[in-house]
Each structure stands twice: as structure tokens, then as C-alpha cells.
Design a protein. Structure first.
Length: 258
């Protein structure tokens, strides 16, 4: 049975941790889905596989292309798609159009938008009213990299209060869940306790209702990864070794055999 946004809220009520990972293509999406991941995020972190330095250049067309491939691999998990930078910030109409394409063309079940400032809360409320499930994202919001960098957020009392208020406002606007990225774990705990929707942490400590990581970090495939990520495999090493072994055998005329 496919997982729904309502089910994730029930998981919070039951104290059952939510497992989320990113997927950018069919193969990984299918592997994650079969392994039993609850939520698969077509994150704008896919920028790395397109060779972009930040998430800013990513387009809606590129996102839709990858999301369609992910859709074909996912049967069970809830599929959430990041709206790329400047495909939802300009106006409510723009956000509605972009989110609509994600649901109608790519088969995403929800969209994720960064930020909890007043205008974004209004946009999100309108999307939710139109029947589009939305996931919020506060704390470190990588689309604002040129404003806030990639450092931990919520270190000062003012910043803590701002992030807390943003999370509350997003819940009131109707999001079904919120990503808390790179904030102190005691702030994540406070937000998690205050909200009745699940918080999904990344670099936000152990007290969130679920955790998300970028799959290439988990697999040890990333060129560089954030300090809070954990690699459970070393695919860079495995792939390099496999390619070297293959090259050796071709050059030694050991592969293919007669
Ligand atoms: O784009 C992404 O992968 C994300 C996660 C890091 C939450 O937004």
C-alpha cells in the first residue's frame, strides 16, 4: 500500500520514526522503494549530478524530467518533489503553475518549498487550499545560499525564535510535514514538540520525527558531503575499483574471454 501524507502524521502520533531519502533517477528510486523507505524526495540536490555548484541553476524542466523517472520506480513511498529556485517565489500563480506540473505531469504526490516568511506562508496556504500537499523547509535553506551561506542556522535567540515562528506559521498554512535543516538539536526538539505534523531532520539532531539524507552521501558517492551526513557505504571506492579492474582486463585482453 502506498504511503500517504496522512499516514506520516499518524507515524508521528505513534512515535514511529519516518525514513526519508532523496532519489533523482529510476534505478535509485526503485532500490529505495523496495528497501522500504517511507518518503522519497526528488530534491533539488540533484543539481550535483548535473554538475551545478549550487541548487540555483536547476530548472523546472530538469526537475520534471528526473521526477518522471523517479515516479516509474516508486510504488510504496510517498514521492515529494522540490520546486527549484525561482519557480515559486515570484507569485502565487507561478507556484501554482509549477506545483501543478509536478502533480499532473510528473506524478509527484507533494511539493517541497523552502522558507517560512510571510509571503511564502501565504503561497503555501493557497497551494494547500487548491489540494496540493506541501512540505515546508526551514533552517538552512540552500536556495538562499548567497544570503545565509551553508552554515548552521538558529544559533542566536532571535534566529531561534524566527525559525520556531516560521515552523508554526507553516503548520497553520497546512503543510503536512516540515524539513528542519542544520539547526541545533534542542531547537529541533522544541519545534517537534510544538507541532502536530512530523518534522524531518537533516543535520538537526535525533529528536525530529524522521530523518532525511541525500542518498549519494549515504552511499559514499558524493565528491564532498556535509559534516552531519553519514556514509553507510563507499561507492566511490567500489566504482573506481570496478572500473580499474575492467580497464586492466580489457588492456590485458583478459576480457572478454574467447
Ligand atoms: O534537495 C534536497 O535533497 C533536500 C534535502 C537535503 C532535504 O532538500
Amino acid at each position: 500500500m502506498a504511503i500517504t501524507t496522512r499516514q506520516l502524521i499518524q507515524y508521528k502520533q505513534q512515535g514511529r520514526p519516518i525514513v526519508a531519502l532523496t532519489a533523482w533517477d529510476y534505478t535509485i528510486a526503485q532500490l529505495l522503494d523496495v528497501a522500504g523507505v517511507d518518503l522519497i524526495l526528488v530534491g533539488d540536490s540533484m543539481s550535483v549530478i548535473l554538475g551545478y555548484n549550487t541548487t540555483l541553476p536547476l530548472t523546472l524542466e530538469e526537475t520534471l524530467h528526473h521526477a518522471k523517472a523517479v515516479r516509474r520506480g516508486v510504488r510504496h513511498a510517498l514521492m515529494v518533489v522540490d520546486l527549484p529556485f525561482l519557480t515559486y517565489q515570484e507569485s502565487i500563480q507561478q507556484a501554482m503553475h509549477s506545483a501543478g506540473l509536478v502533480l499532473k505531469e510528473a506524478g509527484g504526490q507533494a511539493v517541497k518549498l523552502e522558507g517560512g516568511y510571510a509571503a511564502m506562508v501565504e503561497t503555501i496556504a493557497r497551494l494547500v487550499q487548491a489540494g496540493i500537499p506541501v512540505m515546508g523547509h526551514v533552517g538552512l535553506t540552500p536556495q538562499s545560499v548567497h544570503q545565509i551561506g551553508l552554515r548552521q542556522q538558529g544559533k542566536t535567540e532571535t534566529d531561534r525564535q524566527r525559525i520556531l515562528q516560521e515552523a508554526i506559521a507553516l503548520e497553520q498554512a497546512g503543510v503536512f510535514s516540515i524539513v528542519l535543516e542544520h539547526i541545533p538539536s534542542d531547537l529541533a526538539l522544541e519545534i517537534t514538540d510544538k507541532l502536530s505534523i512530523p518534522t524531518i531532520g537533516i543535520g538537526a539532531g535525533p529528536h525530529c520525527d524522521g530523518q532525511v539524507l541525500v542518498t549519494s552521501d549515504v552511499l559514499g558517492l558524493s565528491e564532498k558531503q556535509p559534516p552531519f551526513a553519514k556514509a553507510y557505504a563507499n561507492l566511490r571506492e567500489t566504482i573506481t575499483k570496478a572500473v580499474q579492474d575492467y580497464s586492466f582486463e580489457v588492456r590485458q585482453q583478459k576480457f572478454p574471454q574467447k
